[in-house]
Each structure stands twice: as structure tokens, then as C-alpha cells.
Design a protein around this ligand. Structure first.
Ligand code: CP
Length: 332
């Protein structure tokens, strides 16, 4: 595909997710969503957070609606939080077990979608290893159905991006003065892609992407960021550090990928290395973590870590997104 075609496809995808009045109909990517909409979603999500130990927030805003979780790749956090988010908003939630579904008998993904549409499913939450699948489904569903991207190849993970933005905002308030360091396998990370798109829209001060050269992104894929291969330099004065795991499932040829001990020695987030960051640095990780490889346990469980808060925010963000797309269903 040429660069022009890629740009056209990404523009189409960005416009596909909004209706004629600019309301969110599908969530496929954070690219192309404006600051006002991102801020509104984060504000809505904050409204679903309750104090630790108290009962979770609930509403009946999705009562009568049906949400189907279709995870064609493994997941713990995203799948569980979409499940809880739908139920806490009063929806019926269907978790399709892909391993025992008719996909195993050769049914196409679109035929699976049409089957669920015929059962009056309103929202389909889709995770898939192939790029373009959520957008392709969105182009083919009926007017009243919404598609939410729950992780698409190395391309996009928009609700993860939103929960990361919310977590950063809770601790740092203003994005424009921040230095944010994302460390690890940037090249294969949909988390890094969505975080970068959201942070660029919210006007982050400086975004550093730090990785071994074999795991560095294409420069043109994330314009505006600083690409580094030296962790000390990358962590210097950072307000936020996000560690990523190596996405081995997306790497065809592991040649050139550092061995585990070599990786930790050069790119692992350790207590010692964090001394270079800002004194009030927060440490993030989307999970699942590989302790002792991309992050030391003492850091993952330490006072700078906001990793469990990211998980909590994941439910709130997914409630906010489900509520937002359901608001316009009645009008379609
Ligand atoms: N962060 C994330 O997507 O985690 P899961 O793969 O467990 O959903």
C-alpha cells in the first residue's frame, strides 16, 4: 500500500467513527478524535470512579442493550473490564468463546458478526491480530450497531490509550509541561501507538520513545516524538515512565531481538535507573507484565507505580465509551 493510500485509509477510519453530528458511533482509533471529545470521555470516566473499598458505580443507561465481547486474541484486563463495564451499565453481555465458536469451523469473521447482529447485539467489542479488522467490521454492520476496538494488531488499542491518558491526568493535570518516556517494544505496540496519538492531541510537552534499534518505530508512524535507544538519556527528568513488554507474538523473526538478560540490563525499568527521572515520576505498564524483564518487581509494586490504578481506570473508561456510543443508538 502506498503512503497516500495509507493516509487515505487512516482518514477514512477516523471519519468512520463519528456520525454526521460529530458524535462517537464506533471507537476504532484515537487518531483523528479531537481534544474536546477526548477530554469529555475522560471526564465521563472520572464520574464512574468510586473510592476504593466502596461499591462500584452503576447505572441503567445500557438497560435493554446487548454487548458482545469478541476476543480473537488472548486478554485478561480488556475483556474483563468490558464485561464488567457493560454489566455495571445494565446491559446484557455476551462473551463469545472463540475457541469453541464456529470460527473454528471456518466461518468468516463477518459471518460471525452478521449472526450476532441477527440476535440484536448492539455493541461488538473486537480484538484481533490482523490490522484493519475493526474498521472493516464497522463498514459492514447495520446502522444501529457500534464497533469498539479492543486491540488491533500493532496498530491501535484506543480504550487502553484513554485509560492511560486518564491515569496521567489524575497525577499530573496538565499535559503540556510533561515529559513522558515510553520504554520497550515500541515497534509492535498498539499501546504505544494509541498513547502517542492521544498524547499528541492533548498537547504533551515531550514524548520520548525508547527501545533497542530492532524494536524502534518507523519515524513517520509517530511524528512529533523523540526516538532514542539510550535508557539513561530517555529517563532523565521524565515525569511519566511507561514500560512495555516485548510483543513476541507479533515478531516473526526474533533475530536481532535482545535476549532477556541483555534486555533487562539495557532497557529494564529498575529502582536505580528511576533515580534519573523526576522525583514525583509515575510508572505505568499496560499489562501483562514480565517482571524482571521490562520492569523490576520492586518498581512495579512500589510507591511510584500506578499500574493497578490503570486497571481500575480501564473499567471506568470502558463504561464511558459504552455509554457514549449507546446515547446515539436511539436516534439511529
Ligand atoms: N493491556 C491489555 O490490553 O491487557 P490484556 O491483554 O490483558 O487485555
Amino acid at each position: 500500500m502506498s503512503a497516500t493510500d495509507e493516509m487515505q485509509e487512516s482518514t477514512d477510519e477516523a471519519s468512520l467513527q463519528l456520525d454526521a453530528d460529530g458524535n462517537l458511533r464506533h471507537l476504532l482509533t484515537l487518531k483523528g478524535l479531537d481534544k474536546a471529545l477526548l477530554t469529555d470521555i475522560l471526564d465521563d470516566a472520572e464520574g464512574y470512579l468510586t473510592t476504593p473499598g466502596s461499591l462500584p458505580a452503576r447505572s441503567q443507561s445500557l438497560a435493554g442493550r446487548t454487548v458482545a465481547n469478541l476476543f480473537f486474541e488472548p486478554s485478561t484486563r480488556t475483556r474483563a473490564s468490558f464485561d464488567l463495564a457493560g454489566k455495571r451499565l445494565g446491559a446484557d453481555v455476551l462473551n463469545l468463546d472463540v475457541n469453541t465458536s464456529s470460527r473454528k469451523k471456518g466461518e468468516s469473521i463477518l459471518d460471525t458478526i452478521y449472526t450476532l447482529e441477527a440476535m440484536q447485539v448492539d455493541v461488538m467489542v473486537v480484538r484481533d491480530a490482523s490490522a484493519g479488522v475493526p474498521a472493516n467490521i464497522a463498514r459492514n454492520v447495520q446502522e444501529h450497531v457500534s464497533i469498539l476496538n479492543a486491540g488491533e494488531a500493532e496498530v491501535s488499542h484506543p480504550t487502553q490509550g484513554l485509560l492511560d491518558l486518564l491515569t496521567i491526568r489524575q497525577h499530573k493535570q496538565h499535559f503540556e509541561n510533561l515529559t513522558i518516556a515510553i520504554v520497550g517494544d515500541i515497534r509492535h505496540s498498539r499501546v504505544a501507538m494509541s498513547a502517542s496519538h492521544g498524547l499528541a492531541t492533548l498537547g504533551v510537552g515531550e514524548l520520548r520513545l525508547i527501545s533497542p534499534p530492532s524494536l524502534a518505530p518507523d519515524e513517520e508512524s509517530l511524528p512529533g516524538s523523540v526516538i532514542l535507544d539510550n535508557l539513561e538519556e530517555g529517563l532523565a527528568g521524565a515525569d511519566v515512565v511507561m514500560a512495555l513488554r516485548i510483543q513476541r507474538e507479533r515478531i516473526g523473526n526474533l533475530e536481532g531481538i535482545p535476549a532477556i538478560d541483555q534486555y533487562f540490563a539495557n532497557f529494564g525499568i529498575s529502582e536505580e535507573r528511576l533515580k534519573n527521572a523526576a522525583p514525583d515520576v509515575i510508572v505505568m505498564h499496560p499489562g501483562p507484565m514480565n517482571r524482571g524483564i521490562e520492569i523490576e518487581s520492586v518498581v512495579a509494586d512500589g510507591s511510584s507505580s500506578v499500574i493497578t490504578q490503570q486497571v481500575t481506570n480501564g473499567v471506568a473508561v470502558r463504561m464511558a465509551v459504552l455509554d457514549r456510543v449507546s446515547r446515539i443508538m436511539a436516534t439511529r
